[in-house]
Design a protein. Structure first.
Length: 147
């Protein structure tokens, strides 16, 4: 198992399979994917990409911390879910953000993913909201610090 930096376009097949199932591959492009301060990571089992996570330098007005980063497109292929790979990707994102001297990570979590993120000590802030064609989401966050 290995986590390494990848290009935005390398995330699209996993995004499509897990997050945009049945939709055109073009829906897997996120605004900001190609920004210089956006990073993408892939989790490889042997030589197969089985999970992804993207980190965007994105400010949310709900928080005062600077800088802050948003996780987007966190996904693990169905056959590999429930085995701890998603937690490894989130931990890698947290470590990466700590290296960039941030104290806050936030994201829009699908309603179905709330229990997963709560186990990783993320907290909901505010009410649910709908992302068209995707579903109900909640803003979640975590204040992080170097140990």
């Amino acid at each position: 198992m290995k986590i390494k930096k990848i290009e935005a376009k390398e995330t699209y097949p996993v995004r499509n399979e897990v997050l945009r199932k049945g939709k055109p591959i073009e829906t897997c492009y996120f605004k900001g994917d190609e920004n210089l301060d956006t990073s993408h990571f892939g989790l490889y089992l042997e030589n197969s990409l089985i999970g992804i996570i993207s980190i965007f330098k994105e400010r949310n007005p709900l928080f005062s911390e600077e800088p802050q980063f948003q996780i987007r497109g966190m996904a693990v292929l169905d056959n590999y879910q429930g085995k701890g790979y998603g937690a490894l990707l989130v931990k890698a994102a947290e470590d990466y953000c700590l290296d960039l001297n941030t104290e806050l990570i936030w994201f829009n979590a699908r309603e179905s993913a709330i229990p997963f993120y709560k186990k990783l000590n993320y907290t909901i802030i505010g009410d649910s909201f709908e992302i068209p064609d995707v579903g109900i989401h909640f803003v979640m966050y975590k204040k992080i610090q170097k140990k």
